[in-house]
Design a protein around this ligand. Structure first.
Ligand SMILES: Cc1cc2nc3c(=O)[nH]c(=O)nc-3n(C[C@H](O)[C@H](O)[C@H](O)COP(=O)(O)O)c2cc1C
Length: 393
């Protein structure tokens, strides 16, 4: 299938499903428990309607803006996602390269398959690094030092993964990095021979930032146990202050969904926060990110930038979030579908699809500059016949 013929993220998702073993597609695609919050992220975005305007000068359009003080070609970053390197050999490098070519930030996950240094070697400008505060604080401090040494200047600190939500697909598919060999697992791999052949080229098959960097965590089994025991159930403001102290660059707090938490986060020395429910992978039954966004923008009152992720599948979605006060958005699954379907070229194709629709939709709303977008481009929800369900929008 020629990637250029793919026109939507939904089509890319189907191609991804056909190209990688079931356990990895399930890992990317699934949400926690009923997957209700995952689905609500996209559904609530889709309900927001635009005002179509005419008789405007639509020449000379620009999507260029800034996110957390960094110039971006459009208000979109690639969200941090663990295990991208199981979808495509050196998948994190492919994501980083596609982001560089599109002029947007790539956020590398702590739980990447490539190491920070492997991605840095291939990068020609700084990428962003996502950090989990783990129980082994010396290891966390070392990760920050390594990220800084690799040229990262923006740290995205994830707050909503102190404990893990359950995704049924991962249990059923026996997900692991690397997967434990068993008949059902071998059968999943045998069904994707081209993926198997391609993955022979991969430089790493397990968490690259962890493997080999702790003296007593060498074997893969031992590393999986160590990682599972590292989630930090006690992650208070003191832990954020500790990170702030160690990190000289820009700091973004990820995973805030409540206005009270958002207001509290403005006093912690961060440059931005990300309204996020982790793509509906943690608290099932939580509100969608887009529904939470206006309340958080109010609570923050301009003291720090507000960003958003969750359900971004189109350029129109980026515009909707921007109109409701998000300075920029992040896409997780949309990027991973592209990666699984076609590596760097697949990610580039998804970015081109999003960019084109963002540009044209902005123009249909009567604007030529992304920085001029305000809530005024949206139809009043009551006029659009919408019932409740999108919070205060
Ligand atoms: C497969 C997958 C892995 C993820 N891994 C991480 C991670 O390592 N760190 C993190 O902060 N967020 C992680 N996330 C959450 C994303 O950063 C982001 O919040 C979410 O994907 C946004 O929703 P979307 O997938 O609908 O775009 C992951 C999401 C997915 C889908």
């Amino acid at each position: 299938m020629d990637l250029a013929r793919i026109q939507t993220v939904a089509e890319m998702r189907e191609l991804a499903r056909a190209r990688v073993p079931r356990m990895f597609f399930g890992y990317v695609d699934s949400g926690s428990w009923t997957e209700g919050t995952r689905d609500r992220n996209a559904a609530d975005l889709g309900r927001i309607l635009f005002r179509q305007r005419v008789c405007r000068d639509l020449r000379d359009r620009s999507l260029a803006t800034t996110m957390a003080g960094e110039a971006v070609a459009m208000p979109l970053a690639i969200a941090p996602t663990g295990m991208a390197g199981m979808l495509w050999p050196d998948g994190e490098v492919a994501l980083m390269r596609a982001a560089e070519a599109a002029g947007i930030p790539y956020t590398m996950s702590t739980f990447s398959i490539s190491s920070i240094e492997q991605v840095a070697t291939a990068a020609s400008r700084p990428f962003w690094f996502q950090l989990y505060v783990m129980r082994d604080r010396a290891f966390v401090a070392d990760l920050m030092r390594r990220a800084w040494a690799a040229g990262c200047r923006t740290l995205v600190l994830t707050l909503d993964l102190q404990i893990l939500g359950q995704r049924h697909a991962d249990v059923r598919n026996r997900l692991g990095a690397p997967p434990k060999p068993s008949l059902p697992v071998v059968a999943q791999f045998a069904a994707r021979p081209r993926w198997c052949l391609r993955m022979l080229r991969a430089k790493s098959w397990s968490y690259g930032n962890i493997l080999g960097h702790l003296p007593d965590v060498d074997g893969l089994k031992r590393m999986a146990e160590w990682t599972a025991g590292q989630f930090e159930p006690n992650l208070g403001h003191d832990a954020i202050a500790w990170v702030r102290d160690q990190w000289q660059g820009r700091l973004i707090l990820k995973g805030i969904l409540d206005p009270e938490d958002a207001a509290a986060a403005t006093g912690l020395g961060a440059d931005a926060l990300i309204v996020s429910n982790h793509g509906g992978r943690q608290l099932d039954g939580a509100s969608s990110s887009i529904a939470a966004l206006p309340g958080i923008v109010d609570a923050v009152g301009g003291r720090i930038e507000v960003h958003m992720d969750g359900g971004i599948h189109s350029g129109q979605d980026i515009l909707r979030a921007r109109a409701l006060g998000a300075r920029g958005v992040y896409a997780g699954r949309a990027m991973l579908y592209g990666l699984a379907a076609g590596g760097e070229a697949g990610v580039a194709r998804v970015l081109a699809i999003l960019r084109s629709a963002l540009d044209l939709s902005m123009a249909f709303c009567g604007h030529t500059g992304i920085d001029d977008i305000t809530p005024d481009i949206l139809l009043d929800p009551r006029a659009a016949g919408m019932q409740q369900g999108v919070g205060r929008i």
